[in-house]
Ligand binder design. Structure first.
Ligand SMILES: C[S@@+](CC[C@H](N)C(=O)[O-])C[C@H]1O[C@@H](n2cnc3c(N)ncnc32)[C@H](O)[C@@H]1O
Length: 281
């Protein structure tokens, strides 16, 4: 059985605190949230849903682009994440709803939502149920905008292929874990197998009746130092298997010592914009 701290999930204060600190210190979730909010066309919106909103980075981006009298519902099923959001993002326009994304339709008016934005989370949900719920709540013409991490969507931006100097931090982590802890990495196919490729998304949107408007593979440029900070968040710490968080941090420190903090890193995202067809009954 895996040790307790290998099972840490989103509803853990250690993960929630570390995640919130990371989003404050580093641009990753703020900039991907801004990108999605911009694509959602919020200028005339009155009600927007931040799906799987976590500690509120995406809600903040939505609030910055929506009209002053718009309301935002941030829905997430991890109370620990939302406790931090409630504490740090007190905006009267924002409501926090603790619920699974799959139950969205129970928490938003049918046909009454102008846009649904979901940053860095959709592949963790049951998409056939979530897409159907989005279809129920969106107004005609309302946008559903989300992204999928490149490893999960099986996409790589050209910058990620050309921009790398030396092995990735993940590769070094596996090497150190093998050397110092006898770790055996899973086969590459198991490690990086696509979980939500565009074909599945396209099929599911069509089955639900949402129209696909646009897709794009984007690149997020950062540094080895940011990647190390991200891999320190318990829910993202590696390698998988029977390690304590302290062991993972030991492995990370040794792997990171073989890199330089300013070395560029690139993360790919698949961005998807869908829409509620006009004239929906
Ligand atoms: C990487 S965080 C993203 C949070 C936020 N969108 C942001 O950009 O900072 C992923 C979030 O998805 C939430 N989540 C995962 N699966 C979920 C589900 N089925 N229903 C609701 N929330 C979910 C987690 O609790 C976590 O807060």
């Amino acid at each position: 059985m895996a040790p307790q701290d290998a099972l840490l999930g989103w509803d853990e204060d250690t993960t929630a605190e570390a995640y919130a600190a990371f989003t404050r210190a580093h641009p990753m979730y703020g900039s991907t949230s801004c990108d999605l909010a911009r694509r959602a066309h919020l200028a005339d919106s009155r009600l927007v849903v931040d799906l799987c909103g976590g500690t509120g980075a995406t809600a903040e981006a939505i609030l910055a682009l929506a009209p002053a009298d718009a309301r935002v519902i941030s829905l997430d099923n991890a109370p620990a994440m939302q406790r931090i959001g409630r504490r740090t993002l007190a905006d009267p326009r924002l409501s926090w709803v603790t619920a699974p994304a799959e139950e969205l339709a129970q928490h938003a008016p049918a046909g009454g939502v102008d846009a649904v934005v979901c940053n860095s989370a959709i592949w963790k949900t049951n998409i056939s149920v979530v897409f159907a719920a989005v279809r129920r709540v969106l107004q005609p013409g309302g946008r559903f905008v989300f992204n999928v991490g490149g490893g999960f969507a099986n996409v790589i931006h050209p910058d990620q292929q050309t921009g790398r100097i030396g092995p990735s931090l993940n590769t070094l982590i596996r090497q150190v874990a093998a050397r110092d802890y006898g770790y055996t990495p899973p086969p590459v196919a198991d490690r990086n197998g696509p979980k939500l490729p565009l074909e599945t998304i396209t099929e599911q949107l069509a089955a639900t009746g949402l129209a696909l408007v646009d897709t794009e593979v984007t690149a997020q440029h950062s540094t080895m130092a940011e990647k190390k900070a991200w891999l320190s968040i318990p829910v993202f710490a590696r390698p998988d298997g029977d390690f304590t968080h302290a062991q993972r941090m030991d492995i990370l420190a040794k792997a990171y010592a073989q890199t330089s903090p300013d070395a560029p890193t690139v993360t790919s995202w698949l961005v998807v914009v869908a829409e509620q067809p006009e004239g929906r009954p």
